[in-house]
Design a protein around this ligand. Structure first.
Ligand SMILES: [Zn+2]
Length: 283
């Protein structure tokens, strides 16, 4: 996957006044650029430091304003592994991201991309709830409204453009992806928060695919809630975790959900699942 051809970066496309999206291979991830009168910021970094450098150079084709910040919507490789190209720029991610980037999953992903552990740079600042970034004539807000796709999903809000970057909390190129680090039972509530920030005219740039509107977010919210509900039904019916994927009635193709069964079941431990019933205190 480190063949340069597979790390191609599309030209920037202006999706709102001074707001641009480029698509990076091989994951076809959407990268964002917001330009204000005194500076610019990037949303996500691509899959490798080389791709991050390519991204950084490409910003010069759009603006000569200095980069004020790089924001990671979450820790996954296609969004975060380009961070090594930005050692001199403040980089912001949810406070859980630094641990994830030195964790076993990240190291496996890095090895698959031909990267050593020392090539994964950590964000310079971890965010618990919210931050605001001043770009001169516009302000960009960054918020963690809750977990879902990962424990540390961030939202980037460009109020004057009525536009959000939502990372992989929403995807329009295909169904959302449930991983071992997903929070299936919290995802819908987090999307409620996202929807609460949207009007009928708001556009949300997902991690993958074309920008979506509030109706799309409603629809996704319903399906994500249905995944959680089905997990609860299976647990309450005593279906073993190993049988859950086959036994469940899912709103998405089962391969998208498979890795989310384990965290979905783990979060329900104590509801009486056979084999994971907690031992009651006896005194
Ligand atoms: Zn992701």
């Amino acid at each position: 996957m480190d063949d340069p051809a597979t790390l191609a970066l599309s030209p920037w496309r202006e999706v709102a006044d001074g707001v641009y999206v480029a698509v990076a291979e091989p994951a076809r991830v959407n990268l964002g650029l917001v330009v204000g009168s005194t500076g610019a910021l990037l949303v996500d970094t691509g899959s490798t430091p080389d791709q991050g450098r390519q991204l950084r150079e490409s910003v010069a084709s759009v603006t000569d304003r200095p980069l004020r910040a790089v924001i990671l919507t979450h820790w996954h490789h296609d969004h975060a592994f380009g961070l090594g190209a930005f050692p001199d720029v403040p980089t912001l991610a949810h406070e859980s991201v630094a641990d994830r980037l030195v964790g076993p999953e990240a190291l496996v992903d890095a090895a698959e991309l031909g990267l050593g552990p020392d090539e994964l740079r950590l964000p310079s600042r971890g965010l618990a709830v919210a931050a605001s970034i001043d770009l001169g004539d516009r302000r960009v807000e960054v918020a963690h409204l809750g977990a879902g796709h990962t424990e540390g999903d961030l939202l980037v809000v460009v109020p004057d453009a009525d536009l959000l970057f939502v990372g992989d909390l929403l995807e329009s190129a295909g169904p959302p992806w449930y991983g071992p680090d997903s929070r299936p039972h919290e995802w819908a509530a987090t999307l409620d928060g996202v929807i609460g920030l949207m009007t009928a005219g708001t556009r949300a740039v997902p991690g993958h695919g074309q920008p979506v509107d509030r109706e799309f977010a409603f629809e996704a919210r319903g399906r994500v809630a249905a995944v959680s509900g089905e997990l609860i039904r299976l647990v309450d019916a005593g279906v073993a975790e190993a049988d859950a994927l086959a036994a469940g009635d899912w709103p998405y193709p089962s391969e998208q959900i498979a890795a989310g069964i384990a965290p979905g079941y783990a979060a329900l431990a104590g509801r009486g699942v056979k084999g994971v019933r907690p031992i009651l205190p006896l005194a």
